[in-house]
Ligand binder design. Structure first.
Ligand code: HEM
Ligand code: HEM
Length: 189
């Protein structure tokens, strides 16, 4: 049974749940965002964007909780066999992913406010508009949101390749220790 807290060998269940729930939501977020972007102004586009905004707010809250949990329960150190340069790259890419997941929702909120569209969370409550309608600001925020999305996609791709590299080529326990169904995070340390 995977422990709730992180240990020196592996991520605990809570950290794993945060990781994998956020992964699923971020994938959904990309599908909704890119699909809506390709549609002409229509009810379908508005519905997709409303879901996109609700999921984006959810991701923001989950990332804040995840970082608080990370402070409380320290993540396991990387295996001593991994190269110092790859440790630095891992730390930097993790920090960049956290930064983007925290920055994209406020930029999206500003983008929606400047486009005169209210942001609501699954129809249950609405966020106040941050600014009045402003076409120039909306265009700048759209460009920022889009650029961040591509940067996130690139970082996540490198991150996933690195996890697979560790598992299949280095044959260490880095991937196993983020998986809930492995009995032990075994492998060469
Ligand atoms: C981490 C969370 C988020 C991610 C990963 C994300 C990602 C994306 C992606 C990939 C697109 C399509 C980009 C494109 O236009 O080509 C997009 C579009 C958009 N996003 Fe987000 N987003 C996030 C959060 C939010 C939030 C919280 C809001 C609003 C409150 C928001 C508002 C929008 C809007 C309005 C568009 C449509 C832009 C357009 O095509 O007109 N996003 N987002
Ligand atoms: C949207 C996609 C993803 C995002 C945003 C993401 C983000 C992150 C972040 C921020 C961490 C650092 C955890 C910490 O605070 O210590 C992490 C760790 C990790 N992720 Fe992901 N991840 C994604 C997808 C994946 C996928 C698909 C895999 C597997 C193929 C994966 C495997 C791992 C592993 C093994 C770790 C632990 C690395 C270590 O021990 O240092 N991730 N991920």
């Amino acid at each position: 049974m995977v422990p709730l807290l992180n240990t020196r060998e592996r991520y605990g269940l809570i950290a794993q749940l945060f990781h994998w729930i956020i992964v699923v939501l971020v994938i959904l977020q990309f599908v909704l965002g890119f699909t809506a972007h390709g549609l002409p102004i229509s009810l379908e586009r508005l519905i997709l964007l409303a879901r996109h905004k609700s999921i984006g707010i959810t991701i923001f809250v989950l990332v804040v909780l995840r970082l608080a949990w990370r402070l409380y329960s320290q993540p396991p150190p990387l295996p001593p066999s991994s190269h110092p340069l790859s440790n630095t790259a891992a730390r930097l890419s993790h920090a960049l992913m956290y930064a983007l997941l925290l920055a994209m929702p406020p930029v999206g909120w500003l983008l929606s406010s400047a486009s005169h569209l209210t942001v609501a969370w699954f129809g249950l409550f609405s966020l106040p508009n941050l600014v009045g309608p402003d076409k120039r600001l909306a265009n700048a925020m759209l460009l920022t949101h889009e650029s961040m999305a591509w940067l996130l996609l690139a970082t996540v791709s490198v991150h996933v390749l690195a996890a697979l590299w560790h598992h299949f080529l280095l044959k260490d326990a880095v991937l196993l220790r983020m998986l809930p169904f492995t009995r032990r995070a075994t492998g060469k340390q």
